[in-house]
Design a protein around this ligand. Structure first.
Ligand code: SAH
Length: 393
């Protein structure tokens, strides 16, 4: 086992149970550590702090596995952690058809994402530590969940920061079908786990789909960044008069149409526009086209601190335009999934947008990621998705 010693005072975050140690906090790492090796972390006076995974290429040099010195980091350890994460998602002794089973730090498995789509699991190994233990983790998932197959989607760019290449493909069991059909609440969706975003579907919006449904009846809705139509299915099922899906991806829009049909909904109540949201909202403004509800769920605008200002301008721009396009009493359902944009900052951006649009807006509801995407109090960075439902006068 490696022996990592922190600089004086740098143990504070670990004592608050934050699971990351940045390279600058390290005094020394003894031994020839390979990517993913286990290290014991000590404070500057030699006191034990934690067991962690070593990542020589990453700024996040160590990610904690355990604060208990008697733990052994091995396949059994991972199976136990998987078991606990799964137990947390059980409802009346069963798992939902589709849900996030393992949410990285929040389930004490930094870097590991596992989503369940029907009988299949889709996993992302995003840190050196979980990459090192991949085969043990896969065995643990098989033992605890007995899935038909486990598919890997480790094609997220964050892998490069860990010195890992991008990887996708079957890890165990059978190849999943081209589209996996899932049930979520009362909705059915087709998920493309090979080519879809992230692991294939935005499970983090599951609870918000239900909330959108509550407000959707009889409304004419513009669903910006619609992807495969999650919000549109929920809204149409709840009696929305009409929904326009707006996305640059033709594949996503095509799947949105299939999802609408799969739910027995009338495609005539839905229109797909394959266009850029920023320019399309301007075109609608210039033509005087208006809506009763506008959903804004853009991709992550801020990947790092340097992009924060530009991201804030992007959020302001689309929210300002959306406010202008809403009929009096219309609803703005607006999200940011950038972890770097805090809930407070996001609310301020939306407030500025409403102000500049000369509209009065009132918060009806505050939205977050679904609760299977849990947040550890000692790791508030895990809270990334925030949103508002605003009535716009
Ligand atoms: N709301 C979706 C998830 C949105 S993901 C859901 O609940 O499932 C973001 C989507 O925005 C992707 O489908 C991507 O193709 C699309 N996108 C990204 N930039 C865009 C742009 N400038 N204009 C339109 N769509 C864009």
């Amino acid at each position: 086992m490696l022996h990592a010693r922190l600089k004086h005072g740098k143990e504070r975050s670990l004592l608050r149970r934050h699971p990351w140690i940045f390279s600058g906090a390290l005094e020394a790492v003894d031994g020839h550590g390979k990517s993913g090796d286990t290290a014991a972390i000590y404070d500057s006076s030699g006191g034990f702090l934690a067991l962690a995974a070593f990542s020589p290429h990453s700024q996040i040099r160590l990610r904690v596995w355990s604060f208990d010195p008697s733990d052994r980091i091995d396949a059994v350890f991972f199976q136990n952690r998987i078991q606990k994460a799964v137990a947390r998602r059980m409802k009346n002794g069963t798992l939902p058809c589709a849900c996030r089973l393992i949410n990285a730090e929040a389930d004490l498995l930094s870097g590991l994402i596992v989503d369940k789509y029907g009988d299949y699991l889709v996993a992302q190994f995003l840190s050196a530590g979980v990459e090192r233990w991949k085969s043990g983790i896969v065995k643990g998932l098989e033992a605890v969940l007995r899935p038909e197959g486990i598919y890997e989607r480790s094609d997220a760019e964050v892998r490069l920061k860990e010195g890992l290449s991008l990887q996708t493909g079957l890890l165990a069991g059978e190849e999943p079908p081209e589209f996996i059909e899932i049930q979520e609440g009362g909705y059915r969706f087709l998920v493309d786990v090979r080519r879809g975003h992230k692991t294939g579907f935005y499970l983090d919006q599951a609870e918000n789909r239900k909330i959108v449904a509550e407000y959707a009846q009889n409304r004419q809705i513009l669903n910006c960044f619609s992807y495969t139509g999650g919000f549109s299915v929920a809204a149409l099922k709840a009696g929305a008069e009409r929904v326009v899906n707006l996305d640059t991806s033709g594949d996503a829009l095509e799947l949105a149409s299939r999802n609408i049909q799969l739910n027995g909904l009338d495609l005539n109540r839905c229109e797909n526009l394959q266009e850029d949201v920023f320019s399309c909202l301007r075109t609608f403004r210039d033509r005087g086209i208006s809506f009763d509800m506008i959903i804004l769920d853009p991709p992550k605008f801020a990947e790092n601190q340097h992009q924060l200002e530009k991201a804030a301008r992007g959020y302001k721009d689309i929210n300002l335009l959306a406010c202008k396009l809403l009929r009096p009493g219309g609803l703005l359902v607006t999200f940011s999934c950038s972890g770097l944009v805090s809930t407070e900052l996001f609310q301020k951006i939306v407030a500025d947008a409403a102000l500049d649009a000369h509209r009065q807006a009132r918060i009806q509801r505050r939205l977050f990621q679904s609760c299977d995407h849990a947040v550890l109090l000692s790791f508030p960075e895990g809270q990334y998705l925030k949103g508002l439902v605003c009535e716009v006068e």
